[in-house]
Design a protein. Structure first.
Lengths: 128, 149
């Protein structure tokens, strides 16, 4: 099975890095979409089905927290697992985002294998 | 964790995990007008404060190329700046998480600013410079006094 992933981050450099890390990590990637904020992500999700969403928190406009709220409120989209990728490793923030519906949390800096493992855990991919 | 120790471990961790670079040890900070890119980022929280970074231009290009998996010659100024801002964001977040893992901080948007090498530094600022192999990276953090409860 190959998976379709959406990367949401206001930094084009970070989106490019995450995409490259997923590709070289050996994760089974069928398609990779990019959005620069939560609003663009929601618009894309009306046209494209994805298996998982990777999102930053601090973004202008619709930020990561608001994106999680809108996903949870949407009957069609609430089943898509979202993983937060953030520099913020404080306990309060992680607990808050998991309570908002994030299924996973990866703290920057991260190793490529950490991101792959979190994607596979969230998607229920069986271990090799 | 002491603030200066948090700065040095955060820098080493970010360079290694995200940029596949080994920090080559502490170095002397270059003077003003020595070809540095400066970034500033403020943060809210308890306590709030300000994070600053100075990165040699040669190192900025090399680090951006490694991060994006491209040749340094083919990078645009915008790409290099974007990666430099992301580097500052990651180091600041990593430092704050080490200093106060149970607190909540909200990072502002990092911005390229004029080099602060000649400005007077606050006494409470912690500062650390490291050699990256293609130039020095200096990080500094200043946290306001904690609010009385």
């Amino acid at each position: 099975v190959a998976y379709r992933v959406l990367i949401t981050d206001d930094s084009a450099a970070m989106r490019s890095f995450v995409r490259r890390v997923i590709e070289v990590s050996g994760f089974d990637l069928a398609a990779c979409f990019e959005a620069s904020d939560g609003a663009e992500a929601l618009e894309l999700l009306r046209r494209e089905w994805v298996d998982a969403i990777l999102t930053d928190i601090n973004m202008p406009g619709v930020d990561g927290e608001e994106l999680l709220r809108r996903l949870a409120a949407d009957e069609l989209l609430r089943g898509i697992p979202a993983i937060v990728i953030s520099t913020d490793a404080t306990e309060n923030r992680i607990a808050r985002l998991l309570a908002l519906g994030a299924r996973g949390y990866v703290t920057k800096p991260f190793r490529p294998e950490t991101l792959r493992a979190e994607l596979e855990r969230t998607l229920g991919v069986p271990c090799d | 964790m002491a603030i200066r120790a948090a700065l040095s471990t955060a820098v080493a961790d970010v360079l290694e995990r995200m940029f596949f670079l080994e920090a080559l040890g502490e170095a002397d900070e270059p003077p003003a007008n020595s070809g540095m890119v400066a970034v500033q980022l403020t943060f809210d929280g308890d306590p709030p404060g300000c994070f600053r970074m100075r990165l040699a231009r040669a190192a900025a290009g090399s680090i951006a190329a490694d991060f994006l998996g491209e040749d340094a010659e083919s990078l645009t100024g915008e790409q290099s700046a974007d990666v430099t801002l992301e580097l500052a964001n990651m180091i600041c977040g990593a430092v704050l998480s080490r200093i106060e893992s149970s607190a909540t901080f909200r990072l502002g948007t990092p911005q390229i600013v004029a080099d602060d090498a000649n400005t007077e530094r606050p006494a409470e600022e912690a500062r650390y410079t490291v050699e990256t192999g293609t130039g020095t990276l200096t990080v500094a953090i200043q946290m306001e006094k904690r609010h009385a409860r």
